[in-house]
Write a protein that binds this ligand. Sequence first.
Ligand SMILES: Nc1ccn([C@@H]2O[C@H](COP(=O)(O)OP(=O)(O)OP(=O)(O)O)[C@@H](O)[C@H]2O)c(=O)n1
Ligand SMILES: O=P(O)(O)OC[C@@H](O)[C@@H](O)[C@@H](O)CO
Length: 447
Amino acid sequence: MEVNHTDMQSDSCDPDRPAAHPGIFPTREAGKSDLQPAERSVDFPVSVVLPAGGTGERTGLQTPKQFCSFLGRPLISYTIQAFERVSWIQSIVVVVAKENMELMTDIVQRFQHGKVRAVPGGSTRHRSICNGVLALGEEEEEEEEEEVRPEVVIIHDAVRPFVDEDFLYSIATAAKEHGAAGAVRPLVSTVIATTSDGFLDHSLERAKYRASEMPQGFTYDVIYRAYQRCSESDFEFGTECLHLALQYCGTKAKLIQGPPTLWKVTYKRDLAAAESIIKDALSRSACVITGGSARAATLADALQEAVGAHGTELDVIPDLMGENARCLLKEWNFIQLSVNRSFLSDVEAMLTVLEAANRALLHPLVVIWVHLSDSDELSVSGRAAEPAAIMDLASAAKLRNILLYGIQLHQSKDTERWERSVSRVAEITSALIRERSPALVGQLLQA
Ligand SMILES: Nc1ccn([C@@H]2O[C@H](COP(=O)(O)OP(=O)(O)OP(=O)(O)O)[C@@H](O)[C@H]2O)c(=O)n1
Ligand SMILES: O=P(O)(O)OC[C@@H](O)[C@@H](O)[C@@H](O)CO
């Protein structure tokens, strides 16, 4: 997947569908969090350093992996989102290569990330992290007045986008108590040592070892002192901050087993897996608007079961008014059912409401107009008018990151034929929601 960081459309890839991913919460508006995780708080200031100064050589791509785009958004923006939505984190420092500082500033502005500032990285990961830690200790005139020097610093690779608040809380509180804390995972492969001429020297007893992952947490003093005292060789060849804390501060990190979501995007295949997980998270539910029509409600009931079989849960409501407006704050997929009325006013009204809610800032929204008509043979004029109208509407909506699709459905008196049509609508709907394909935007698909 060759993705240029200026190309905000990522190629679609088609990896096996992974299990639903608990680690990503793509449900946040700029500046507010609408998925309320367990209400947590800490009584000490916590800041974050996201090392993002690498080149991603192992992906084989020109674009550093942290800037590869998924659904129009760079990977690093997903990681930042995972941290900025945590209310007890006061600030985030992203450490990027000097040549990417402008790009990083653009990303922060474009996706309206809060609490974030970018600082230049170094030639190695440790040097970048050290720059980030030092930046937290410096006064910045434009800093938020309530930002103070952190007591705890969370360090997290920017290319590990799937991290949740509960685990961050565990790491931060353990770091506060013990001076350092780190995420671990069971080893998948056995670790062996080789001789200089490439033969097995010995193997380690796998059960006694763990893979060191991120996030890691440190009291500011520990990580600051560790970097003040470590050697040039550490800076050049080291890969483990926990080791520096032990070696130079005598601080034994508390190790906490993390969820499988903590993996690092390293190779090209990891990009495909990350994209699939992000799409999965966005396609778990959809809101069906029936317009109060009894026939639309019947169709919605039939769809609920059929689409549910494809892994997407439908929430059926008559409109997006009053109490139902809550869907605007948590949904990324909307299905407007229209019976016989072939004009698109229902859809236009929905697009207006979605735009007013600024809902498409972080993720492309999907709006599917399902038009149920009574006649099996549509009049030619009816057919000609609809595709042109929906294409015009879709072209305008796409500029605002809303993907509009149409599905034409005919009410057949033949039960079997009707059931087949409903099943096709469900299949098409699920595919559109999951893939969010730009290529089908504005199309009026026949079910
Ligand atoms: N000089 C460096 C090197 C790496 N990193 C960051 O450290 C994290 C983990 O490093 P890694 O996965 O090795 O990233 P790269 O060094 O970019 O990958 P590669 O080794 O394949 O080039 C990444 O977010 C990377 O951007 C950094 O901030 N500064
Ligand atoms: O060596 P890389 O730069 O690929 O990745 C860094 C990892 O070593 C590091 O993130 C964890 O192992 C925890 O320290």
